[in-house]
Design a protein around this ligand. Structure first.
Ligand code: APR
Length: 237
């Protein structure tokens, strides 16, 4: 029997033990910032400098040597490297680069990436210069004041949905890691697959969708994810 086709979804909880805040925990990002001020297209149109500043601060964190992939990111990269072609996809809601730095290859950032900027004039996506300012110039078209964070804001379409839907349509095993299940479309993925795929939630505490999973294990990602990967490789590797 061929190894299962696996789709993994991660959220901010997988990066918590690397030192990055989640969004909805008591010490989370939305406890200190208002979404409508820093994470919508209207907010950017109204006050680009404020929005750029919010993302510049989060991008600066990624340059902090103390912020690096943890055992959960590393375990998923190992699973990716060990799994057959065409039978694995890691979809992350996170805009940090910890999965990339851990070595995950079959990785899709559905909410974009902090490390990248997008040009409002030519749509080019390029590495974000240190800090984005309203005067930053696009390296492709040279336009100035045209760069925005390459991050999906509330009210915008996620990235890669066709590829995600295709993977979900075929998957045999869906694993949700470190996400509260509060934001769609990611929160709805388990509903799309649960009638025909095995579903597993690995989260610090029950999420809004825990009841929809065949199995839910609760604890820190750095413990649950390596154990899940070891178990999966032992069974199928
Ligand atoms: N290990 C595992 N899970 C953890 C850990 C940990 N160490 N710490 C926290 N968690 C869990 C929390 O219990 C919570 O269920 O991670 C989840 C984080 O939930 P949110 O803060 O809502 O983050 P997320 O689900 O990724 O948010 C989804 O919302 O604001 C938007 O675009 C943003 O991508 C984000 C989306």
């Amino acid at each position: 029997m061929a190894p299962p086709k696996i789709v993994i979804l991660t959220g901010a909880g997988i990066s918590r033990e690397s030192g990055l805040h989640t969004f909805r925990d008591p010490d989370g990002i939305w406890a200190r910032h208002r979404i409508e001020e820093v994470a919508t297209p209207e907010a950017f149109a109204r006050n680009p400098a404020l929005v750029q500043g919010f993302y510049n601060a989060r991008r600066a964190q990624l340059r902090d040597p103390a912020i690096r992939p943890n055992a959960a990111h590393d375990a998923l990269a190992e699973l990716d490297a060990s799994w057959p072609e065409g039978r694995f996809l890691l979809v992350t809601q996170n805009v940090d680069d910890l999965h990339d730095r851990a070595g995950s290859r079959r990785l899709l950032h559905m909410h974009g990436e902090l490390a990248k900027a997008r040009c409002l004039r030519c749509a080019a996506i390029s590495p974000a210069p240190g800090d984005l300012t309203p005067e930053s110039a696009c390296p492709e078209c040279g336009g100035t004041g045209t760069l925005r964070p390459h991050v999906v804001w509330f009210g915008e379409m996620p990235i890669g949905m066709e590829r995600i839907e295709a993977a979900l349509a075929e998957c045999d095993l869906f694993v949700s890691i470190g996400t509260s299940g509060a934001v769609y479309p990611a929160a709805g993925f388990v509903r799309e697959v649960r009638h025909r795929a095995d579903t597993l939630e690995l989260n610090l505490e029950p999420s809004e969708g825990s009841h929809l999973f065949d199995e839910a294990r609760h604890g820190p990602a750095t413990q649950l994810v390596p154990a899940f990967v070891r178990e999966t490789l032992a069974r199928w590797g």
